[in-house]
Design a protein around this ligand. Structure first.
Ligand code: E4P
Length: 221
């Protein structure tokens, strides 16, 4: 399963990329706005740092506006995936970009039917938002199971990109189902790195080493 980071925060992107964990990045207008800087600079930097796919989202809601914005977004790099909303105009733009060989991520997917239609339009990625479904009392992970089952019946090349991930258990469940990608907020990836027994174990190793050093002051590794 590929791991994308769901952020426009350069510090987090560099941090996890240096660990070799990132296969790509997803952003959206809210994530850009959260960083507060000039989005142009952020998009330039992100597409330089990351070799893999970087989803940059259009903000136009009409077909021609999406086409213009998508073309401009692609100027940031060949690794840019144009992110369009799951709307009739979004799917029309998806079809147009896909037929030109430009990869598309269809976002704001909340049903298996929407995922099916986005795949038919040629999307490289569909982004079902599981956390937002959980928030309204619907089982987000069940949607991933449904999409996986439907896609496996056919020959779509569309990848399931699990979005709106809220905690590490979502990641385990997505991996068990066989989702292609999860996009993670930095906080979730941080939690996945940690285990209390790892910290306790390391503290004990270092304390024992200190004892040994007291008896053998010249000891060095
Ligand atoms: C995905 O591409 C979206 O940017 C993101 O996962 C949305 O997550 P949220 O529901 O936490 O805003």
């Amino acid at each position: 399963m590929k791991i994308f980071l769901d952020t426009a925060n350069l510090e987090s992107i560099k941090k996890f990329n240096d660990m070799g964990l990132l296969d790509g990045i997803t952003t959206n207008p809210s994530l850009m706005s959260k960083e507060g800087g000039n989005p142009k600079d952020a998009m330039e930097e992100i597409t330089k740092i990351i070799q893999g796919d970087v989803s940059l989202e259009v903000v136009s809601t009409d077909y021609s506006g999406m086409l213009e914005e998508g073309k401009r977004l692609r100027e940031y790099g060949d690794n840019v995936v144009v992110k369009v909303p799951m709307t009739p105009d979004g799917l029309k733009a998806c079809k147009s970009f896909s037929s030109q060989g430009i990869p598309v991520n269809v976002t704001l997917i909340f049903s298996a039917n929407q995922a099916l239609l986005a795949a038919k339009s040629g999307a490289k990625y569909v982004s079902p938002f599981i956390g937002r479904l959980d928030d309204i009392g619907q089982d987000g992970m069940n949607l991933i199971k449904e999409i996986k089952e439907i896609f496996s019946n056919y020959t779509f090349e569309t990848q399931i990109l699990v979005a709106s991930v809220r905690h590490p258990l979502h990641v385990i469940d997505a991996a068990k189902i066989g989702a292609d990608v999860v996009t993670l907020p930095p906080g979730v990836l941080d939690k996945m790195l940690q285990h209390p027994l790892t910290k306790i174990g390391l503290d004990n190793f270092l304390a024992d080493w200190e004892k040994l050093k007291q008896k053998n002051p010249d000891t060095k590794i």
